[in-house]
Design a protein around this ligand. Structure first.
Ligand SMILES: C[S@@+](CC[C@H](N)C(=O)[O-])C[C@H]1O[C@@H](n2cnc3c(N)ncnc32)[C@H](O)[C@@H]1O
Length: 383
């Protein structure tokens, strides 16, 4: 995913710096597809300091519109913004035991009711605040003062894997968040263990993870609708080091980073996912390039997929942005483990080293030798 990715989520994964805050516009653009999935449901945002998170803010402001039954958000102890707020304003004591160095506690907010436009406090104020600085505390105060809602410390640090957070997960119908990228595999695994519906932000590279790809292949999870390329901006804490081109500081001193390869991952089905991909290219045997180690043709661009070819085709991972499961089957990925079982050839170690990992990738014969390709999905038409 190039340099920007390395400096974005890649860097987050490496350094465990997981403090990237999703912008409201990106949440709104995706959530617009799923309204009917939320009616009467319990939504959990389990990596979301409610003072900071636009996910919480989105669901709080749209609580009545979406007809939610309940909204729960848990703030992780490591997340900065909420601490001052819960301590100073709500009088909650975030440290575990007497010795603060032993660690801080996470906290949760449980919203069962949001007063509407004419309510005393709540949705209006939440709506009116510039979300980049977090939810205005008076907005939250309004929600919390409602005796049907609750703001409380957790027993532990709010790790989504902790017993008390898993209890909240058990009670939820849907999880919507941007989880820490460094824990993406574990996060998805937990959601599936608990058989939850979800809509979460990740990086397209996660498609190739050995824990994630089989789920994509079996059509248990897929990519969302609103992001198909380019990069997205995330707010980062004031302490985040400023570097080169992909950083920006706004007039209020807020820092942002641009990240490539961002995608939504979900198991919520929507009609648009079943729209046919319109193809206009015919298969021409003479012009098509065949793989040397897969019985498949190379199709470098999704728009070049021939509409009349019945065999295996190797396409870029970004095919998933257009993937209609009624039109195509995904049979595997060209990976080192040969997990698809479709690889037809193994090369000598000498050759493999010479041409950069031939046994780990799809290989094409050229006039001068071989060319290895980036990971490709192996697909086939259904009809
Ligand atoms: C990528 S940020 C996204 C925050 C928020 N969901 C958003 O989209 O604006 C991930 C958040 O997860 C929190 N976090 C890190 N490790 C966690 C864990 N083990 N359990 C729960 N939350 C965690 C971080 O503090 C951070 O606020």
């Amino acid at each position: 995913m190039g340099n920007v990715y390395q400096k974005g989520f890649g860097k987050a994964k490496k350094s465990k710096n997981d403090e990237f805050y999703t912008q409201m516009i990106d949440i709104e653009k995706e959530l617009v597809y799923y309204k009917e999935h939320f009616c009467g449901k319990v939504v959990l945002c389990n990596c979301d300091d409610p003072f900071e998170s636009n996910f919480f803010k989105y669901f709080a402001t749209n609580f009545n519109f979406l007809k939610l039954r309940r909204l729960v958000a848990t703030g992780y102890a490591g997340s900065g913004f909420g601490y001052g707020q819960i301590g100073d304003i709500f009088g909650l004591r975030p440290e575990i035991g007497e010795d603060a160095s032993k660690g801080r506690r996470g906290f949760k907010i449980v919203v069962n009711e949001v007063n509407g436009v004419n309510g005393v406090k709540g949705v209006n104020e939440v709506n009116g605040v510039n979300g980049f600085r977090g939810v205005n505390v008076s907005g939250l105060e309004g929600l919390v003062k409602n005796k049907n809602n609750e703001l409380a410390l957790l027993g532990g640090n709010g790790d989504f894997r902790s017993a008390e957070c898993l209890e909240l997960l058990k009670e939820a119908d849907l999880v919507v968040t941007n989880p820490p990228f460094s824990l993406f595999r574990e996060f998805i695994a937990k959601l599936l263990d608990y058989e939850k519906k979800f809509l979460v932000i990740g990086n397209v590279n996660a498609v190739g993870y050995k824990e994630i790809f089989p789920l994509i292949m079996k059509d248990k999870i897929w990519l969302g609708q609103s992001i198909h390329g380019g990069d997205r901006e995330f707010r980062v804490p004031a302490t985040y080091p400023l570097e080169a081109a992909n950083f920006r500081v706004d007039g209020d001193g807020n820092r942002y980073i641009r990240v490539k390869g961002v995608r939504w991952f979900t198991n919520l089905d929507v009609p648009v996912r079943h729209d046919r991909l319109i193809l206009s290219k015919r298969y021409r045997a003479k012009e098509s390039v065949r793989y040397d180690n897969y019985d498949a043709i190379e199709v470098g661009l999704v728009s070049d997929i021939p509409y009349d070819y019945d065999g295996l085709m190797c396409v870029p991972i970004t095919f998933l942005d257009k993937y209609n499961p009624d039109q195509f089957r995904i049979l595997g990925i060209t990976d080192r483990q040969n997990s698809s079982g479709l690889r037809t050839k193994k090369y000598s170690i000498k050759d493999s080293d010479k041409y950069s990992d031939m046994n780990g990738r799809g290989v094409i014969k050229t006039e001068s030798g071989y060319e290895t390709k980036y990971a490709r999905l192996i697909i086939k038409r259904r009809d």
